[in-house]
Design a protein around this ligand. Structure first.
Ligand SMILES: *Cc1c(COP(=O)(O)O)cnc(C)c1O
Length: 398
């Protein structure tokens, strides 16, 4: 869906009452006329009208046939892994979300599902790592937190040739920027906690399937294992999606300005943002997405955890927190936060340096965000105990 008018009007008004906003059907069950005779709903784990509206909406946005909403992004990822059986292998991007790594290694390895991690930015690595047992290729693009971009179309064709599924975690781009199913992927997953929700006020996950048959398997797992999204959180995600296109455009504009500023700063070693010409995958990013999103990462010339911690604890507008994709800017130190569960050598090898700092650039004025970063760099250089954040708190409280 390319058009805001289409998006806004694909959210239906309530046929029963005419309510303009989608009603929240806060119910566990539905009255039946006779056993098995109902209006399409019998029990709210199996189906709920509010959740169904969200699922139809996101399926439309991602150009898929079927969507299923889960209680978290990880529950959505979990449902996709459950399509596999003992002996099957996953080929996954090496710079993978820490929670997905933990799920694959600490939960599914003991059930006999093996995972091979490769740098998927090089398509040959994918080709070389495929075995007869590879049944699922797992991509994140852009990746978290070093914003690597993989060629979805090229990898989709490898998946097809080798009879395995391609699933793309589209959390960072969102369907407003990138639609993996149109590039040949079979499945898309989202942490709707991030840009789809957009306001840092919920935890939710989505799986979208390109084909009906695969979608039915996901829906079966959603009902059989039960990690559904509740009606109120479904409603919040719908409400978030209503402004997704606008938000993503502004997140991208702000992030581009922040990335360009960081690239000129003498204390910065390297900036990771697909919208920079210096980004190693800039060309493929331009080809497969409509914009570059709101996440920017960078490393410091002083490549130590201490320096990074000093930086991330001194910003004022960039709040130190896990997560991303909300209207308020956030800063994080992946080595100690989202990627803590990945062993240090593996983490560094995947490009998550000790001083790597990740910004989720929000919807504040770009100039204010840049001023905030400038002040944090001064704090870093001064090597003093002065913090402009503390200064601010003092000035408010006095
Ligand atoms: C946050 C995140 C997840 C996990 O989602 P939750 O909603 O926190 O369970 C998965 N993938 C990516 C890329 C994420 O950023």
């Amino acid at each position: 869906m390319s058009n805001a008018t289409q998006l806004i009007h694909s959210i239906p008004t309530d046929p029963l009452t005419g309510a303009l906003s989608v009603p929240i059907y806060q119910t566990s069950t539905f009255v039946q006329e006779a056993p098995g005779v109902n209006r399409g709903y019998d029990y709210a784990r199996s189906n709920n009208p509010t959740r169904a509206t969200l699922e139809t909406l996101i399926a439309t946005l991602e150009k898929g046939q079927v969507a299923a909403a889960f209680g978290s992004g990880l529950a959505a990822i979990d449902a996709v892994v459950k399509l596999l059986k003992t002996g099957d292998e996953i080929l996954a991007v090496d710079d993978i979300y820490g929670g997905a790594f933990r799920l694959f290694t600490q939960v599914y390895e003991k059930f006999g599902i093996k995972v091979n991690y490769v740098d998927t930015t090089n398509v040959d690595n994918v080709l070389n790592a495929i075995t007869p047992n590879t049944k699922l290729i797992w991509l994140e693009t852009p990746t978290n937190p070093t914003l690597k971009i993989s060629d979805i179309k090229a990898i989709a064709s490898i998946a097809k040739d080798n009879a395995c599924l391609l699933c793309v975690d589209n959390t960072f781009a969102s369907p407003a920027l990138q639609q993996p199913l149109t590039l040949g992927a079979d499945l898309v997953v989202h942490s709707a906690t991030k840009y789809l929700g957009g306001h840092s006020d919920l935890i939710a996950g989505i799986v979208v399937a390109k084909e009906k048959e695969l979608g039915a398997k996901i829906k079966f797992l959603q009902n059989a294992t039960g990690a559904i999204l509740g009606p109120f959180d479904s409603w919040l995600v719908i409400r978030g999606i209503e402004t997704l296109h606008l938000r993503i455009q502004q997140h991208s504009r702000n992030a581009q300005a922040v990335a360009e500023f960081l690239e000129t700063h003498p204390a910065v070693q390297k900036v990771f943002y697909p919208g920079l010409a210096s980004h190693q995958n800039h060309e493929i990013a331009k080809k497969q997405s409509k914009g570059f999103g709101g996440i920017v990462s960078f490393t410091l010339k002083t490549d130590t955890e201490d320096a990074a911690i000093k930086f991330v604890t001194s910003t004022q507008y960039f709040k130190l927190a896990e997560s991303l994709g909300g209207i308020k800017s956030l800063v994080s130190h992946p080595a100690n936060m989202t990627h803590k569960s990945i062993p240090a050598d593996k983490r560094r090898a995947a490009g998550v340096a000790d001083s790597l700092i990740r910004l989720s650039v929000g919807l504040e004025e770009a100039e204010d965000l840049i001023e905030d970063l400038k002040a944090a760099f001064i704090h870093l250089e001064n090597n003093s105990t002065f913090s402009h954040k503390n200064n601010l708190v003092t000035s408010i409280s006095t």
